[in-house]
Every structure is written in C-alpha cells, then in structure tokens.
Design a protein around this ligand. Structure first.
Ligand SMILES: Nc1ncnc2c1ncn2[C@@H]1O[C@H](COP(=O)(O)OP(=O)(O)OP(=O)(O)O)[C@@H](O)[C@H]1O
Length: 248
C-alpha cells in the first residue's frame, strides 16, 4: 500500500479575477503520510481552509494536482469525486452539524444511509466505543454536552472507515478540557487505527497533539516541523501576523 495518504503538487487556488484576484494558495507541494497527524496553522487568510478544501476534493484547484492515495482528483467526474469523498474521506468542522431530530446513532450512520451503504457493524461498535458514546446512542444531540456532540461528529466522520480525516478547527467551539478530550481522541484514531488526520487550527496547544506542524503564510508553506511544541509554535505565529499582501 502507498505510504502517502494525500499529496498535493504545485497547488494554486486563485479567487476572483483582475484587480480583485486573491491567490489563496501559491504553488504548494505537500505530502501527508499514512498514519500521521498533521496540524496546519498560519495567520488568518493564509490559506489553511483553502488547502483543506482543495486537498479533500471539496474545491477544485486553479492549477496543480491532488492525490488521495493513488487517485488523482482532477481526473474524476463530479460523481466519482463525490463517491471518493464519501468512501475515503471524513470531515470534522467547528460546528458539529448534527441533525437535532435524530438520535446519536442515527446521526452517526446518516451519511452511510444516504449513500445506500450498509454500515459495518463491527467497525461501528469499535468507533462508538472509542468515542465513548455507548451509553448515549439513543439520546438526541440537544441532550449532550458540546464535547459529546463533537465526539458524535467524529464518530460520524469515522463511520465509513475513511483513509483521511480532515478537520477544520475541530476544537474551536470547545472549552480547554473538552478540547483536550477531543484531541486525545483524534490522536488515538491515528495511533490505534493508522488513519491520517489533517487538522487546521489556530491553537498552538491543539497543534501540539500532532506529529507535524505545517505553517502557512500568504498562501505558501513557511515552515514544516516535527513536534515543535506549543511554546515554539506560539512564538513562530507571533512573528507572522495577519495576511497583508494581496495579488493585484
Ligand atoms: N470564496 C472566496 N472568494 C474570494 N476569496 C476567498 C474565498 N475563500 C477564501 N478567500 C480568500 O483566500 C485567502 C485564504 O483564505 P482561507 O479561508 O483559506 O484562509 P485561512 O487561513 O483558512 O483563514 P482563517 O484562519 O481566517 O479561516 C483569504 O485572503 C480569503 O479572503
């Protein structure tokens, strides 16, 4: 099996045109290996979400290529891309995006049901156990704490047993202690199941749970570090400040 879970090559994403054009990503090359946890950081507007969206096939690059495993995304039709996202990629966002009228269990299997895929019961049992929600399966999201709701969203992202999980500020709406629980859970998903996690975060402490920290600035990779630690990350971020340059 290929050791690369995700690879992007010469990735550029430009929004708008003429005087208003913004180069959100500027000729980026990066690889995320299988079984690793990477934090993507950088000032506001540096291109973090754009990198996540294009690498996950939610947005098409202006130029450059993206691979999920052996599959190159630009060659795929919209329907094949949708299937790849459903089968091989999980998403976790700051907003939990749970359906209030459904139980925890129904929320977890909803994407599979919508896709007409039969859930793998053994795997789901493992996932529910891992996120610690066994006693809450029949509850509604409104009866859960924020951290528990995010754990439901994590279980939902894991349900299809994806190769890669992309997270955009997964702890942004959580208090420090609850955030730590969610980060330990993401860490365990990588360590116990060999899945690949790519997480955008502003929080140096959250990033310290990752194996690797990639720092973006002005749509480019400014730094790429192995477990730099929260203090070093905070120091590097303090030197970058918000995005100031724009394409004209
Ligand atoms: N749909 C869009 N249309 C126009 N410009 C956009 C669009 N999406 C993003 N941008 C611009 O692209 C640049 C990168 O945005 P992106 O959201 O990727 O940054 P980010 O690092 O995730 O920022 P933040 O930390 O504030 O979420 C910014 O200048 C942003 O204004």
């Amino acid at each position: 099996m290929k050791t690369e879970a995700v690879r992007v090559e010469r990735l550029t994403r430009t929004y708008g045109g003429g005087d208003q054009a913004v180069t959100a990503l500027d000729d980026i090359d990066i690889t995320f290996s299988r079984g690793t946890f990477t934090a993507v950081m950088g000032p506001s507007g540096s291109g973090k979400s754009t990198l996540l969206q294009t690498a996950a096939g939610l947005d098409r690059p202006t130029s450059g290529r993206v691979w999920i495993g052996d599959t190159e995304l630009s060659r795929l039709s919209e329907s094949k891309l949708t299937k790849l996202r459903r089968d091989r990629i999980g998403f976790i966002f700051q907003a939990f995006n749970l359906i209030g009228a459904l139980t925890v269990e129904e929320n977890i299997v909803l994407p599979l049901r919508l896709a007409g895929v039969r859930p793998d019961r053994d795997w789901l049992t493992q996932v529910v156990h891992r996120v610690g929600l066994g006693a809450r399966l029949k509850h509604r999201p409104s009866e859960l704490s924020g951290g528990q709701q995010q754990r439901v969203a994590i279980a939902r992202a894991l349900a299809a047993r994806p190769d890669v999980i992309f997270c955009d500020e997964p702890t942004g709406a959580l208090d420090t202690q609850t955030a730590a629980e969610v980060l330990r859970l993401l860490r365990s998903v990588v360590d116990a199941h060999g899945q690949t996690v790519v997480m955008v975060t502003h929080d140096p402490v959250a990033a310290s749970y990752a194996d690797r920290v990639v720092l973006l600035a002005d749509g480019r990779i400014r730094d790429d570090m192995h477990q730099p630690g929260a203090a070093r990350i905070a120091e590097l971020l303090a030197h970058l400040g918000p995005r100031v340059t724009q394409e004209v």
